[in-house]
Design a protein around this ligand. Sequence first.
Ligand code: PLP
Length: 417
Amino acid sequence: MNTMALQIDSHLRRAPHSETLLAAQIARQRQQENKAVYRFGFGQSPFPVPPKVVAALRNAAQCKDYLDVQGLPALRSRVAQFHSQTSCTSWNPGRVVIGAGSKILLYCLMAAIEDADVALVTPGWVSYEPQARLAGHRIFRLETCFEERWRLTPAALDTFCRSRAVPSRPLMLIINYPGNPDGLSYAAAELSALADVLRRHRVIVISDEIYGLLHHKAEHRSLAEYYPDGTIVTGGLSKWCGAGGWRLGIAHIPVALGEDYLQSVIGVCSETISCAPAPIQHAAVAAYELDAEIQHHLDRQRSVLAEVGNRCAEKLQSAGVNVHRPEGGFYLFPDFQDFRARLAARGVTNSRQMTEALLDETGVSLLPGTAFGMPPESLSARLAYVDFDGAAALADNRRGMQQMEKGVAALCTWLTA
Ligand SMILES: Cc1ncc(COP(=O)(O)O)c(C=O)c1O
């Protein structure tokens, strides 16, 4: 058949392939060739879904009808109750939207408004920028640095807000903590100071708190506590419930953003997903019941992640790598700048070359800083410390350690060679 030359949408053309999935594919291939593989590139939860949630899914297998676009009312109530219990915020079930993963909800939240400036904290998660482009917005990157713990500072935010060419255009900020890729959170005082600036400039914030329940010390504070009128919070089952493939995300949209905006978000959901899968929504009702089983599951995951993450960070630090001890979620974001001269002598001058050479020579896969918006010449990368058997680690923290320790040791040896 003759091929047809299609004119690809320019926004789509600019959307890169997901680098996380590519890294997983390369790791799979090495494994088939019986070579050592340390899958520190792909950040999927290693933990099983709690048994009562699996049982609820089994019981819901016959639920086959379409549900309300906004989500099952019983689930929206549970989600609102759960988040009101686990954070110092008050969620309104009428303002909760359920989606097939929070990723599509992030897109719907952006696509529901026209012609906005979207500010992205850098480094930040891979999908925000392509999604904002697909929604037709202008992108601005707010850069952070290792020395400031990759935090957005109120001063930098204020400077950006004041410098905008068209201040009347809506401004959306996407912030994510505990962060992917940095694993760090914001303290209450930092959130409060950011909230003052956000309020002053009437910024609409999407606070991606999908790792909030996996704050290692259970000390996550929602930005909505400090800036309730302008903060949309997103989350879902993928991380704390270990159910990424189930595709269930949630968003809470404050009343102050108006009924029109809520209806517009629901409209985009309707034109894209129709509704999140019905059996998954029924199972999620069980997941969002904060009983002893769920509480124990959260406590155990936090304990394992804290121990493994801190051990990896310590090992890297003792090899001379700049990295912060993690506060939540699955990731470290080491900066290998101090190894620049040594790496350059081996022909490695940017993060992509660094991760390629590392994977090739040791089997350790990391994601380059460029995947998170860092400049090409930076020598940063994301390390996901979840390459272990989650079920075994829930029973005994040490079972999470072996593979991670071996891989980090291989990385340190490679760096200092
Ligand atoms: C920071 C962040 N936000 C959102 C998502 C999307 O999660 P999901 O669509 O599975 O809810 C991810 C998943 O990797 C993530 O790391």
